[in-house]
Design a protein around this ligand. Structure first.
Ligand code: AMP
Ligand code: MG
Length: 422
């Protein structure tokens, strides 16, 4: 087999297909069909990471609750700052975070103060300890501190009435911290989705089983499991279903109405052992699409009772590409997440990429800094839809538009990141 053969996607031809729809159109139709779930649940904040907020969070307190010091130093009244030279102040006490000073600072007085301690009455400025000379109960300060310096105002992080987090946000570690700083122990989230999946194919064996002649291990259930785990859904793994209309019937009926979403892989092309389409037509409402994309042209979307159905292609890379482009945005929309699409950016591509017009391609890339510190992308080896290694090595998709007919080194390309920063 030559390098060229390996690169070729045998499942589809490379030409324009008048019956294909564009990926954007496929996504638009999916979004037009699905509705967001409305059930919510109250969850302890630590378990809320990565889940989606069901309500706006409005601050009922000021954070910080009172004016406090941002430095270790001396709390003074700015009226005492000398116009030039130095002046002495009398040290009348000290205060710490959690241990305020009881009295009031009068003219010519100061209080030793630690970071986080509440500003004593009568003070409005903190002089850093490095700028102060201390002798016994006297300190001497110069004119190098501005009025109001080193003081954190009450509510400067979050003020009473502030909209802190918006409904539909996916909670990050920082968000969990914000919720804790408001004193909230629990938070209202959209409930978890129940997502079932199975693989189809007589040739598939599960890990741990013996590989007989012509058989391959089922990898799609494992990539799907991983991608779904990242989305925080409840996962129901229904195993491998043989290419047999009756077994297929049973599997579809088992999932219908018991899950929010059913995902299958394989069996959606036009081969003789491809039963997904006809089984669906029997039990549900189905759209069978050819999407003008590579990899992943055949795609089925529809409804089985109240369960949404995605029939993904069988090739391991096609499964991942169609999941990321269609299933993931759909699952995010279903739980009310505001932002459903991955981060895109334009960068220079340092590889030569082969492409013919007629399909949007999702080549697998590695985004990294070159020796000058510039972000560049290069492709991950052979790009066949059966070469899962191309996904494993990648950290992004290089998205090449319909009409693109190849990329030369240093051309700008659109890159879709697999992961966000936080
Ligand atoms: P199909 O769409 O069922 O014709 O499958 C297309 C290609 O993907 C065939 O080469 C299958 O053997 C392969 N394939 C299908 N399902 C899986 C799976 N779960 N794991 C690995 N390869 C698969
Ligand atoms: Mg098959």
């Amino acid at each position: 087999m030559t390098e060229n053969d390996i690169n070729k996607d045998y499942s589809c031809m490379d030409d324009y297909d008048p019956n294909s729809i564009l990926p954007d159109e496929a996504l638009r139709r999916i979004f037009a069909t699905i509705s967001a779930i409305t059930e919510t649940e109250s969850i302890p904040i630590r378990e809320a990471l990565g889940r989606v907020l069901a309500t706006n969070i409005i601050s009922e307190i000021n954070v910080p609750s009172g004016r406090n010091s941002a430095m270790d130093g001396y709390a003074i009244n700015a009226a005492d700052l000398p116009p030039e030279g130095t002046i002495p102040l009398e040290l009348i006490g000290s205060c710490f975070a959690g241990k305020p000073f009881d009295g009031e600072i009068k003219k010519g007085e100061c209080v030793r103060i630690m970071t986080g301690a509440i500003m004593p009455e009568g003070s409005d400025t903190v002089v850093m300890q490095e700028l102060v000379e201390v002798s016994g109960n006297q300190i001497s300060i110069g004119n190098d501190t501005k009025s109001g310096s080193n003081v954190r105002q009450a509510g400067e992080d979050l003020a009473i009435g502030d909209l802190v987090l918006e409904k539909g946000m996916k909670l990050s570690p920082a968000d969990i911290g914000l919720l804790a700083s408001l004193g909230l122990a629990e938070v209202s989230l959209t409930r978890k989705l129940r997502v079932a999946f199975f693989s189809t194919g007589d040739e598939l064996r599960s890990v741990g089983e013996k590989l007989d002649n012509g058989a391959i291990y089922d990898s799609n259930r494992y990539t799907l499991y991983g991608m779904l785990s990242r989305l925080g859904v409840d996962i129901i793994d229904m195993g491998v279903v043989k290419d047999d209309p009756e077994l297929m019937d049973q599997a579809f009926l088992e999932a219908a109405d018991n899950t929010d979403v059913l995902i299958t892989s394989g069996g959606v092309s036009v081969g003789e052992a491809d039963y997904v389409k006809e089984t669906l037509l029997k039990h549900g409402e189905v759209d069978f699409w050819k999407v003008a994309m590579k990899p992943g042209r055949p795609l089925t979307f529809g409804k089985l009772g109240s369960t949404y159905f995605f029939g993904l292609p069988g090739n391991p890379v096609s499964v991942m590409v169609t999941f990321y482009q269609f299933v993931q945005p759909a699952l995010k929309k279903m739980v009310g997440e505001r932002s459903t699409m991955p981060i895109m950016m334009k960068v220079a591509c340092i590889s030569k990429l082969k492409k013919r017009p007629g399909r949007v391609e999702y080549q697998r890339g590695i985004l990294e800094q070159d020796e000058t510190g510039r972000m560049v992308v290069r492709k991950t080896g052979a790009q066949g839809s059966g070469i899962l290694r191309s996904m494993a090595d990648a950290n992004c998709f290089i998205v090449l538009p319909l009409e693109n007919n190849g990329v030369n080194p240093d051309d700008l390309v659109d890159v879709q990141l697999f992961h966000g920063v936080v």
